[in-house]
Design a protein around this ligand. Structure first.
Ligand SMILES: *[C@@H]1O[C@H](CO)[C@@H](O)[C@H](O)[C@H]1NC(C)=O
Ligand SMILES: *[C@@H]1O[C@H](CO)[C@@H](O)[C@H](O)[C@H]1NC(C)=O
Ligand SMILES: *[C@@H]1O[C@H](CO)[C@@H](O)[C@H](O)[C@H]1NC(C)=O
Ligand SMILES: *[C@@H]1O[C@H](CO)[C@@H](O)[C@H](O)[C@H]1NC(C)=O
Ligand SMILES: *[C@@H]1O[C@H](CO)[C@@H](O)[C@H](O)[C@H]1NC(C)=O
Length: 392
């Protein structure tokens, strides 16, 4: 469990000593189980020039090869592909305009155009590095997600391309994108308003979170009915799949709590985008810019209200006013929500073909980029501050 500096750190002995010191400190901190994030690390990876000579081999038939270097297992539907299998995705199959191969077969390493390092697992760098290969770090998790964060500094000096939901990523990969549609049609709701006899549904499986959303939801439930589904409540959706559950909820409930587990820059997840695809209004709480990244007049932002009590009052008013309630669905004929892993992979594939990825040497301060120099990329003090101010 020691934080190893790098396989590439052969060059600088001084650097190595500093790294070792940091590593030892890191290990100690790790073992004392302090919830410490390695945002102060000064560990650098000195990439020896012997690893840089020569290019990777061109892939046959002018395809591009994207290789999972770290395991992408347990990623649920985000990036699940059969382990050890190679997938070729072509225009005809997936609407990709270019031809790419996706693989986790490390034996083809020499041909890879891009290596993907997943989340913040320990980076197990390849023995050799070709100058024309991109090493990309991609993740869908919030920066303060603790798993693997002790390894973050080990990415310093290794990663050319960042792939994530942040606008400042080299390759922007949000959970979903909102695109305008040309239409003047007026949206006709499917669900009868009178059928919605319940107020707020909160599907939730992580009961204690970085964002302290649970305090907010608890306070909210004093003023409006909140039914908790999943591990943190007594209601269960017996359906095996998620979709039938959401269909059941949209038929019964007015609102859907879309509270993020972390309040981080641009971090808007499926918690918001799933209900948006149904007839239920998401009530959001997060660090994203919702007015920019969700359709206009589509969500209710808890941050626009002084307190959970005020929010509850608004929701109760809205639920009683069918016309106004429905106005939150009018965007549906003017915008569409697109996304999914294939879209992301196709865009990545195209960017590789068209040389659209920024060419630069590896980021030397990866952890600082990801967490912020002073951890400012996340603001999990938000709910505690609201509580203090509102005395709840
Ligand atoms: C390359 O393209 C040719 C012609 O389309 C095809 O027959 C061949 O199988 C391809 N090779 C590989 C390795 O995909
Ligand atoms: C994938 O390959 C590795 C190494 O070749 C092997 O250890 C592992 O069992 C394989 N996994 C699957 C699911 O086949
Ligand atoms: C309203 O609820 C009734 C009874 O559950 C159901 O039969 C009907 O299809 C629902 N109508 C709409 C438009 O949702
Ligand atoms: C959100 O995005 C909009 C549009 O880009 C911008 O005008 C606004 O200042 C942003 N809001 C915040 C809080 O950053
Ligand atoms: C990625 O960064 C490494 C190390 O700085 C560099 O050698 C390599 O040329 C870069 N790759 C690309 C495609 O720019």
């Amino acid at each position: 469990m020691t934080a190893r500096c790098s396989t590439y750190s052969a060059m600088a002995t001084v650097g190595f000593l500093i790294c070792s010191l940091v590593s030892i400190t890191l290990s100690l901190l790790y073992f004392t189980e302090l919830r410490w994030l390695p945002d102060v690390s000064r560990c650098r990876h000195y990439v020896s020039s012997e690893f840089q000579n020569g290019d990777a081999e061109p892939t046959v038939n002018n395809t591009k090869m994207i290789m999972f270097w770290t395991r992408a297992a347990n990623t649920r539907n985000w990036l699940s592909f059969p382990e050890n299998e190679t997938t070729r995705f072509l225009a005809s199959l997936t609407k990709c305009s270019r031809d790419c191969i996706l693989t986790s077969d490390h034996s083809k390493f020499r041909q890879a155009d891009m290596l993907l390092f997943y989340r913040s697992e320990k980076p197990d760098w390849p023995k050799r590095r070709y100058a024309n290969q991109f090493y990309a770090h991609y993740t869908l998790e919030a920066p303060n997600w603790l798993h693997g964060s002790q390894y973050l500094h080990q990415y310093d000096g290794g990663i050319n391309i960042t792939i994530n939901f942040r606008r400042d990523a080299d390759f922007y990969f949000p959970y979903n994108l909102v695109l305008p549609v040309t239409s003047n049609a007026v949206y006709q709701p499917r669900i009868a308003h009178r059928n919605k006899t319940k107020m707020v549904v909160w599907p939730v499986s992580h009961c204690i979170t970085e964002s302290r959303r649970e305090y907010y939801a608890h306070e909210l439930s004093k003023y409006i009915d909140v039914e908790i589904y999943g591990a943190c409540g007594r209601h269960k959706c017996s359906k095996a799949k998620h979709r039938p559950c959401v269909m059941q909820w949209e038929a019964e409930f007015m609102f859907y709590l879309s509270f993020e587990n972390s309040i981080c820059e641009d971090y808007i997840t499926e918690k918001t985008f799933v209900p948006l695809q149904y007839e239920i209004i998401p009530v959001v709480l997060g660090g994203g810019n919702y007015s920019r990244d969700t359709p206009p007049h589509s969500v209710i932002n808890a941050r626009d209200f002084k307190s959970p009590n005020e929010l509850a009052n608004y929701l109760i008013l809205l639920a009683a006013d069918e016309q106004r309630y429905r106005s939150y669905f009018q965007w549906k004929t003017h915008y569409q929500i697109v996304g999914g892993i294939m879209l992301f992979l196709c865009r990545l594939c195209e960017a590789l073909h068209e040389n659209k990825l920024p060419l630069h040497s590896a980021r030397t301060h990866y952890a600082e980029y990801w967490l912020g120099v002073h951890g400012e990329k996340c603001d999990n003090g938000l709910v505690p501050r609201m509580r203090k101010r509102g005395k709840w």
